[in-house]
Ligand binder design. Sequence first.
Ligand SMILES: Nc1ncnc2c1ncn2[C@@H]1O[C@H](COP(=O)(O)OP(=O)(O)OP(=O)(O)O)[C@@H](O)[C@H]1O
Length: 487
Amino acid sequence: MLNVHNLTGGYQHPIVKDVSFEVKPGQILGILGPNGSGKSTLLKMVSGLLSSSQGTVEIDGKPIQDYRPKELARKMAVLPQLPPQSFGMTVKEAVSLGRYPHQQGLFSSWKTADEEAVMEAMQITQVVPYALQEITTLSGGEQQRVFVAQALAQQAELLLLDEPTNHLDIAHQKQLLDTLKTHVQMHQTAVVIVFHDINLASLYCDHLLLLEKGRVSAYGEPHQVVDKATLEDVYATRLDVAPHPVEPKPQMTLLPEDSEAAGSIVRAADIQVLDDVVLLHTERPMRVVSSAVLNPGFGWYRTLVNRQVEPTYNVNDVASEVKEFAVSRGWIPTETVMQLTAVATRGAVIREYEAPFGSVVILVTAGVGNALDVSRAHEVQTLPAIGTINTWILVNGHMSDEAFIEAMMTATEAKTKALAEEQVLDCRTQTLATGTPTDSLVVAATQSGEALPYGGPITELGKLIGKGVVDCTRQAIRHYRDAQREE
Ligand SMILES: Nc1ncnc2c1ncn2[C@@H]1O[C@H](COP(=O)(O)OP(=O)(O)OP(=O)(O)O)[C@@H](O)[C@H]1O
C-alpha cells in the first residue's frame, strides 16, 4: 500500500537519510527514535508536506506527487504533531472537517455516509459527549482525541498519526489504540504512527522502524527492534528488555543508575521461628521466584512467610485468605511471599553455608505423611493425608534468571535425594517417594555482591544448594518422624 524507498530530505540540511519501509493494508508501523531523530520530518515527507531531495514515496504504486490534492486526501489522512487551533469550532464541526475530501462543494453534498463516518470516528475516540462543545473548552487529552477523530472520519486507506496518544491518560491510550487496531483490521487501513512510548509501540504495532539521526537503526517486528543493545545504543541510556507478561511482545524498562546499590546480607539468625510461622523480614526487597500461594512467580519481596495451618485448612478463596492473614499480622501483602504447611514450624531446619561468592541460607519444613512417588502419581485419586516439604534458598549474591531456574532444578533433585536417603516410601505403592503432592519452593537473592550467572551443580552455588537441601531436608524429615512417634 505505502512504499517508501531511499527517502532523503529535510530543511536546509537533510534530516531524513536513505529511509526505506513499506506498510501493507491492515498493518500498523510504529516510528520510534530519540528527540530530533527525524520522526516528524519523515512523516511530513511521506504525507507530501515536505518534499524530498532523493527517493520515492508511493501509495498503491503511484508516486504521491502524481496525485491531485483532493485525491491524495481521500487516500491519506494525517494527524500532525501540533494540530491547528480550531477556535470557535464545536467538536462535531471539527471532526466533520475530516469529510472535506469527500465533498463536491464545501458541505453542499453532506450525505448519510458522511454523518455515519463522523459518528463512528467520534464513538471510537469517545468524544460523542462533547459533540456540541467548543474545542477550546476541552482538556489537552480530549482535544487530542477530537483531532484523531477528524483523521479517522476521513476514512482514508492510509493513516499517518504523529503521537496520537500525546496528552492521553493510560486508559485512553489503551482505549484509542485498541479501537484503532480493530478499526484498522476491519477497514484494512495502513497506518504509520510516531511513538515516544516504546512499550506501547511494541504492543500495538506489527512492525517498528527505529530512527537514529535520520537513518534507520532497526526495522522489523517488535522483537527485532525492541532489543536491549540496540535501544541502549540509540537512546544512550541503561535499560533492560523483558517479555510482556501476557502478549508475545518485548517491553522495555529503564534502569536507574543506583540500581546496583548494595543490599544487606541475609543470615540464618534473621529468620524468626514462631509457633505458627517461620518469618524473614529484610530491609531491602529480595528478588524471589517461588511456587508460594501468595505472590508466586518472579517478584521483589521483603517478607517471606512459611505459615502453619490446620491439617483441615480448606478455604474456597485461598488467595484472599492469605492476603487477609498477612494484613492481620501487619505484613504488606504486595511485599509478602507466603507458603502454607500443616507441619510444625518449630521443626524447621535452618542452616547457613559459606562460599567464596558469599553465602546461602537454607530452610526446610518437611512432612512426609503424604509422600508420593511422582512416577506413580497418576494412579492416585485421593490424598490420604496432609504433608508438604517447603524449602527456602536465600542467596547472598546477584542471580541471573537462568541461575534462579537452575537453582530450583538443583533444589528439587536434592530434595528427592534426601527422601531416598531417608528411605521415605509412597505409602500407597511402597516405592521410593520423590516428594509430596504439594511441595513448595522459594529461591530469593539479595541481588547485591557477586554475579551468579548459573545455579546448576557444576557451580559453587549449585554445589551448596545440593548439599544444603539434602542435609536440611533429611534433618527436617527426622524431626517430623520424631514428632510423629511422640504423638
Ligand atoms: N521547520 C524546521 N526548520 C528547520 N529545521 C527543522 C524544522 N523542523 C524540525 N527541524 C529539525 O529537524 C530535526 C528533526 O526534527 P523532527 O521534529 O523531525 O524530530 P522528531 O524525531 O520528530 O523529534 P521529537 O521526538 O522531539 O518530536 C531537528 O533537529 C529539528 O531541529
